[in-house]
Design a protein around this ligand. Structure first.
Ligand code: SAH
Ligand code: SF4
Ligand code: F3S
Length: 472
């Protein structure tokens, strides 16, 4: 009988991709997925360490498994991903019934380690070297990019896939744990990326999203010279079945003109750029060691607008970073008003032990001030998003239909299905339709909008013998 695997994933797209790959490798060993933790032979948590809250939630979830493990001692419980690398043995100390702790650079070992545990070998810990545990090369080698077989069953949808082009990060922003848990920045060889994308296309994939912590810093030095992200976009653009190409996350300083030109000139590349600013104040940016002054961010943003006037630009902000004054915060508000981001993810600073920020600076902005700043910045951002989405009223957009919306789950059987999809500039569109439309790119006419969503109707008019569709 097939063994059952339950997996829960938190964190960024990198983790979603890692979970897909872990599941693919375990399915090859006879596991099948279940959505019920009670019946699972193996329970995995793929974890994130970027904020304390994300870690605490995993410990709470582990706490809830304590009794189940007592009743079923053969259930294998594993913590994989960034928190496994960050906490290592501490996971066993805080939850002694955990069997498996595996960092993101060691995921290829998961199937063998589960077999070992099942054979009675006891708890297993596999992590990569820390940033100070050896030469850069040695540490880099201990963080292996895990890129084996793909598994359509675990993708956002069968026709959308993440493709890793880079692992790790070398920027060392003072607040951020990612460089410690994901290791040195390493770019994947372009021929591996292209082979994977071709395979995905052959499997029916229409949209690929290239992943890297600083994806536009991608550089691969090979025998044929240096490959940049722009070169990669040109090469991927040649794969006929791929309709859309996206890439996240961009680092402001590496937003070079060759990249903007590629985004402008390649019709399949989404006019959507996620380029986190983090703060609008030079004093804060300096303490964050972001590596740019706000004037440089503004200059980059103006360049994007010049090359790609219609592009959607999005950002991340941290509020309440150590030493952030009211005036610093107001400069973040000003930047949002000026750049008119399509959306911004806003986070309250969470001090991360092991980072330079934790070592050098006090976490001195009170929680209620962080919360107020978060709400204030979000309100400004939402107002802008609503105004900008309003510009789409009456316009037609191309929507890649992803599936039924959350709201449609609440509808009755005789109501139409509400579908959700995205435009080329990453805007969410919902409309009434038919499940047959999932996976297709359709023109939709927008009749309503709020800060987060465009409401549309699919435009298909049967005129004469041909299906005539209006396009945007
Ligand atoms: N590599 C990406 C994002 C990494 S983490 C980049 O460089 O932009 C995603 C977001 O989490 C960051 O952009 C930042 O806004 C936020 N973040 C990272 N560390 C944080 C911390 N210690 N506290 C609060 N937010 C944090
Ligand atoms: Fe973290 Fe900065 Fe690297 Fe992004 S660029 S992952 S915020 S250290
Ligand atoms: Fe979190 Fe690791 Fe991603 S810390 S944000 S899951 S790289």
């Amino acid at each position: 009988m097939a063994k059952k695997l339950y997996i829960e994933t938190v964190g960024c797209q990198m983790n979603v991709l890692d979970s897909e790959l872990v599941v693919a490798s375990l399915r090859q060993r006879g596991f099948e997925l279940t959505s019920f933790v009670e019946e699972a032979d193996c329970v995995l948590f793929n974890t994130c360490s970027v904020r304390e809250h994300a870690e605490e939630k995993v410990y709470s979830a582990l706490g809830r498994l304590k009794n189940a493990k007592r009743r079923h001692p053969h259930k294998v419980i594993g913590v994989i991903g960034c928190m496994a690398q960050n906490h290592q043995r501490t996971v066993f100390e805080r939850a002694p019934y955990v069997d498996l702790v595996v960092g993101p650079g060691q995921l290829h070992q998961v199937p063998d380690l589960i077999d070992k545990i099942a054979a009675g070998a006891g708890p297993q810990l596999e992590v990569s070297l820390g940033r100070k545990d050896g030469s850069r090369e040695l540490v880099a080698r201990s963080h292996e990019s895990f890129d084996p077989l793909r598994d359509p069953a675990m993708r956002p949808t069968p026709f959308q896939a993440y493709v890793r082009i880079q692992i790790g990060c070398d920027k060392f922003c003072t607040y951020c744990i990612v460089p410690s848990v994901r290791g040195p920045e390493q770019s994947r060889p372009p021929e591996h990326i292209l082979a994977e994308a071709r395979q995905l296309a052959a499997d029916g994939c229409k949209e690929i999203t290239l992943l890297g912590q600083t994806v536009n810093s991608y550089r691969y030095r090979g025998a044929g010279g240096t490959t940049r992200l722009s070169d990669l976009l040109y090469a991927l653009h040649g794969i006929a079945a791929i309709e859309r190409i996206k890439f996240v996350t961009n680092y402001p300083k590496d937003m070079t003109d060759d990249l903007l030109a590629a985004v402008r000139d390649l019709p399949k590349v989404c006019k959507y750029l996620h380029v986190p600013a983090q703060s609008g104040s030079n004093r804060v940016l300096q303490r964050m060691k972001r590596g740019y002054a706000i004037e440089e961010y503004r200059e980059m943003h103006a360049r994007i607008r010049q090359w790609l006037p219609e592009a959607a630009v999005t950002s991340d902000f941290i509020v309440g970073f150590s030493g952030e004054s009211e005036d610093d915060f107001q400069q973040s508000c000003e930047l949002v008003r000026e750049c008119r981001f399509k959306n911004s993810f806003i986070f309250k600073y969470s001090v991360r032990p092991g980072t330079k920020g934790a070592e050098l600076y006090a976490d001195d902005v009170p929680e209620e001030v962080k919360r107020r700043r978060n709400n204030e910045l979000l309100a400004i951002q939402n107002q802008i998003a609503e105004e900008d989405n309003g510009r789409f009223l009456g316009r037609q957009v191309e929507v890649l239909v992803e599936g039924p919306s959350k709201a449609s789950l609440r509808r009755t059987a005789d109501e139409p299905v509400q579908l959700v999809g995205r435009t080329m500039c990453d805007r969410i569109v919902v409309f009434d339709g038919n499940l047959r439309q999932v996976g297709h790119t359709l023109p939709a006419s927008v009749y309503d909008a709020n800060a987060h969503t465009l409401f549309g109707a699919v435009v298909t008019q049967h005129v004469g013998p041909e299906l005539f569709t209006l396009t945007s």
